[in-house]
Design a protein around this ligand. Structure first.
Ligand SMILES: [Cu+2]
Length: 118
C-alpha cells in the first residue's frame, strides 16, 4: 500500500481546480445558486466565484476572524450592504440579470472578490 499516493492525489486535484469557484446549484430550490464565502485573514475566500445570470445567487458569508477590515459586505451593483458578525452566517441573495463581473467588498472597497456572472 503506497501511502504517498493517497496523499498526493487529492492535492494534485486541488491544484488543478480553476481559481474561480463554481456555485453549487440546487435543482429543487428553483435554481438558486448557493455560494459559501468566508472571511479569513486572506480576505473573502474564495475571491472569485462563477455563477449564471438570470437566476438568484445566494451568498452565505461567514466571518471567521475577529481582526479584519471586512466586517461588512458590500455589493455596490446590487445596492447591498450587510454587517458580518463574527462566526454567524449571513445570507445575501441577488439576481444578476446580465453577464459581467461584480465586486463583493468590504465597506471601504479594499478587501474584495469578484462574482463572475456568465
Ligand atoms: Cu475595508
Amino acid at each position: 500500500m503506497n501511502i504517498s499516493k493517497l496523499i498526493v492525489a487529492p492535492l494534485a486535484a486541488a491544484l488543478l481546480l480553476p481559481p474561480s469557484v463554481r456555485a453549487t446549484e440546487r435543482p429543487r430550490a428553483k435554481g438558486v445558486q448557493v455560494v459559501q464565502l468566508t472571511v479569513t485573514k486572506e480576505g473573502f475566500v474564495p475571491a472569485a466565484v462563477t455563477v449564471k445570470h438570470g437566476k438568484p445567487v445566494k451568498l452565505v458569508i461567514t466571518r471567521k476572524v475577529e481582526r479584519t477590515c471586512a466586517t461588512e459586505i458590500v455589493l455596490k451593483d446590487f445596492g447591498v450592504q450587510k454587517a458580518l458578525p463574527l462566526d454567524a452566517p449571513v445570507a445575501v441573495t441577488v439576481t444578476p440579470k446580465k453577464a459581467g463581473d461584480y465586486r463583493y467588498a468590504c465597506g471601504m472597497d479594499m478587501v474584495a472578490g469578484v462574482l463572475h456572472v456568465e
